[in-house]
Design a binder for this molecule. Structure first.
Ligand code: 13P
Length: 261
């Protein structure tokens, strides 16, 4: 069965003190939730994945060491193992501190740091080589949607970024559909728009890898997903959770999103 996932991408936000407060509040809520769920014998909890800035990674990893249901990852990695790349962090370094996930291909990396499909494929190779789960982001810009090119754009991104892999490698991949026009804008894809694109993405996986791989792939929605709209978005059959930006910085909102299945 595929995993339900709620991931928080903090981007370049929060001081260390603020980050500590955020995770301690989140942990209290998760502890209480676990106790409730055990009492009710319920088990439909999503996996929570936190993506703090690199500099806080080890602190947050310590907080959730051996804590079931919470994983911690990085927002990016370099495409090389090691070497003279001032300011960069490799996938093997992430693995060595205990990170389990990495985001690859976020639209902010594509746009502001000029990361193209070829580079992203290299980063995917590094992530997999180092046994990290890669959260691969795709999504169209507004003019691309308005001109009806959104399916083609997403298909191209997926083919170039990850559909060169073997089926087995897909077990370490999560796809995040993040329409660029919805990121940080307060404009969310409608549940129908999200479901339509997620079903399309799943069909691409099925065409190339078969139904077992398609059915096991977790496909997250990202883009102004919040405590109010998460439940409706997540109720769609091909939406397996969310990659949350702004709302993941507010403990109560993020926790409500976690509970939105
Ligand atoms: P917002 O939730 O702030 O729109 O950001 C989404 C995102 O980019 C997550 O990676």
């Amino acid at each position: 069965m595929r995993k339900k996932i709620v991931a928080g991408n903090w981007k370049m936000n929060l001081s260390l003190e603020e980050a500590k407060t955020l995770v301690s509040e989140l942990k209290v809520n998760l502890d209480n939730q676990s106790a409730d769920r055990v009492a009710q014998n319920a088990s439909n909890l999503p996996v929570v994945v936190l993506f703090p800035p690199y500099i806080y990674l080890t602190r947050i990893l310590d907080v959730f060491y051996n804590y079931e249901g919470v994983s911690v990852g990085a927002q990016n990695c370099h495409q090389n193992d090691q070497g003279a790349f001032t300011g960069e962090v490799s996938a093997s370094m992430l693995r060595s501190v205990g990170a389990s996930h990495v985001i690859i291909g976020h639209s902010e990396r594509r746009e502001q740091f000029g990361e193209d499909d070829g580079l992203l494929a290299e980063k995917m190779r590094q992530a997999l080589k180092n046994d990290l789960t890669a959260v691969f982001c795709c999504g169209e810009k507004l003019p691309e949607r308005e001109s009806g090119k959104h399916f083609q754009v997403v298909s191209d991104q997926l083919h170039k970024g990850l559909m060169w892999m073997e089926e087995k490698q897909l077990e370490k991949v999560v796809i995040a559909y993040e329409p660029v026009w919805a990121i940080g804008t307060g404009v969310t894809a409608s549940p129908d728009q999200a479901q339509e694109m997620h079903a399309y993405i799943r069909s691409l996986i099925e065409d190339k890898y078969g139904s077992r791989a398609a059915e096991s792939m977790s496909i997250l929605y990202g883009g102004s997903c919040n405590a109010k709209n998460a439940r409706e978005l997540f109720s769609n059959k091909d939406v397996d959770g969310g990659l949350i930006g702004g709302a993941s910085l507010k403990p109560a909102d993020f926790f409500q999103i976690i509970q939105s299945f």
